[in-house]
Design a protein around this ligand. Sequence first.
Ligand code: CDP
Length: 214
Amino acid sequence: MIIAIDGEASTGKSTQAKKIAKELNIDYKDSGAYYRAITLFLIRNQINSREKLDNDLLSKIHISQKFKNDTFSIFLNGEDVTSKIRGHKVSISVSEYAKKPEIRKFVYNLLRKSSKLSSIIIDGRDIGTVVFPDADYKFFLYANPEIRAKRRHKEINDESVKIESIEREIRERDNKDSTRDIAPLKKAEDAHVIDVGYLTIDQVFEEILEKIIY
Ligand code: CDP
């Protein structure tokens, strides 16, 4: 079974995907975390997003994700980068790197390999449209950007970070992700659409679970 949770930035896709994975005892992969880890690797190696990436370089990137006892971790060449990939520099650069065809192919391979091993839930932007168009269940989450920024601000819990700058980053990322030529952020025709803006985490969870179980 493959479940795809796509949607706009900061709509709680990964929170929902982890809850569903736990409830159904299936695997979980965060596709955005792959793009973020690759971005971190390329920034560290001073490779800008306009450069062509050859196979030699890509073969130096080894990423693995683990979801165990409710805890998600991601490793880049053996280093735990779970927190580092959420940093500001990666967040503002990731969309530029994620539109590169060589990077997308790299991530698609990882996701498709994982789907062969067990039932899986994956969150991202193009899981139900491009990576797994035949997924068993598809969801698309969206919400007003102001509400998303407020929620992310609360989650970050750092008063030095302004809500306005979070909102700007969210809007810019959504704009870049939905206007790119390759695998843009868009709702799959057959996805269940959920406006998460006025629902609690548990209400969204119940709505998703109901569609899968009944
Ligand atoms: O957690 P949040 O929704 O803010 O973002 P994310 O899932 O960590 O994704 C980070 C970025 O990776 C997105 O803004 C996209 O540019 C890219 N991405 C993508 O292109 N395709 C995916 N399937 C997942 C993420």
